[in-house]
Design a protein around this ligand. Structure first.
Ligand code: CUA
Length: 312
């Protein structure tokens, strides 16, 4: 597994996630208190009002104090729970009337990431630290669910019905997210990495991502580019500026693949060796994914790796 498994909604790193964690803890204590009270009362009553000498205990009817008590207590408890719930919802639900800062589109089985600046990437979102961003969540096929537990709420990605949430990170770092709605055979390998970094670093990343792909110059990268353009790759993947098919959105954009941490939505670490293994036969690594086994030769794999990893 390429990405760390450090994923806990009880370790919040944003105001949104903190509000959700607070709601969870408060609800747990309140419900735990009610459970404890009921359990104690059940045992107390079972003992206190047990049958003695086959005599029924004295029956009480219409106890005014009890009636008032067990009407008011639940109203108070539910009001407190409602207050915490509304607070968590207000903190995490994004505004519907604001243009998104990032658009996330769920695909079987990867995440497409689009910025208004024109940056397109996959399975990895860079954000500036300490800034509340509006994330718009969409789906290209079936229902997925976007969830980065340490940063915010879960939200379904429903085809034709975009939703928006606030996403923010208090501290720099990678945060692991995942698809949280069963969406097919590779649902488990639909990870997303949110990389929060200081504003200057984020701006520099964005500037780099916007650079057009420069044409290959080395012998192997030239051969790799030719394979990319002539084989099946180009009909699904885009490499901005290098091939005609910039509209390709069926599979992850590979313009700056070399900068990403993982391959196959988190299943492999992005190294030359792993990329080669992936290209040789993706079906062996992520069975059922939409990338076919293209029967490349060892030489073709080496050239493609060189091309895909070459700096742009
Ligand atoms: Cu996408 Cu589960």
């Amino acid at each position: 597994m390429a990405t760390s498994s450090r994923v806990s909604p009880l370790d919040p790193h944003s105001p949104q996630a903190a509000a959700i964690a607070e709601l969870f803890t408060n609800a747990l204590f309140i419900c735990g208190g009610v459970f404890l009270l009921v359990t104690v009362l059940v045992f107390y009553c079972a003992y206190r009002f047990r049958a003695v000498d086959d005599q029924e205990p004295r029956q009480v009817e219409g106890h005014r104090g009890l009636e008032i008590g067990w009407t008011i207590a639940p109203v108070v408890i539910l009001t407190v729970l409602l207050t915490f719930t509304v607070r968590a919802m207000t903190a995490s639900d994004g505004p519907i009337d604001r243009d998104p800062d990032v658009t996330i589109i769920g695909h079987q089985w990867w995440w497409e990431v689009r910025y208004p600046s024109g940056v397109v990437t996959a399975n990895e979102v860079h954000i500036p630290v300490g800034k509340a961003l509006v994330f718009r969540i969409e789906s290209a096929d079936v229902i997925h669910d976007f969830w980065v537990p340490e940063l915010g709420r879960k939200i379904d990605a429903i085809p034709g019905r975009p939703a928006s949430i606030w996403l923010e990170a208090d501290d720099p770092g990678p945060y692991v997210g995942t698809c949280a709605e069963y969406c097919g055979v590779q649902h488990a390998w639909m990870r997303i990495l949110v990389i929060a970094e200081p504003l200057e670093q984020f701006a520099e990343w964005q500037r780099q991502q916007l650079l057009p792909a420069s044409p290959p110059t080395q012998a192997d990268t030239v051969r790799g580019a030719a394979i990319f353009g002539s084989m099946a790759c180009v009909s699904c993947h885009a490499i901005g500026g290098a091939v005609a098919n910039e509209k390709a959105r069926y599979a992850p954009d590979l313009t700056h693949l070399g900068d990403r941490k993982t391959l196959g939505a988190g299943i492999l670490t992005n190294t030359s060796a792993e990329l080669g293994r992936w290209l040789r036969n993706p079906q062996e690594i992520k069975t059922g994914c939409h990338m076919p086994d293209t029967q490349l030769s060892d030489q073709q794999v080496r050239d493609l790796v060189a091309y895909l990893e070459s700096p742009r």
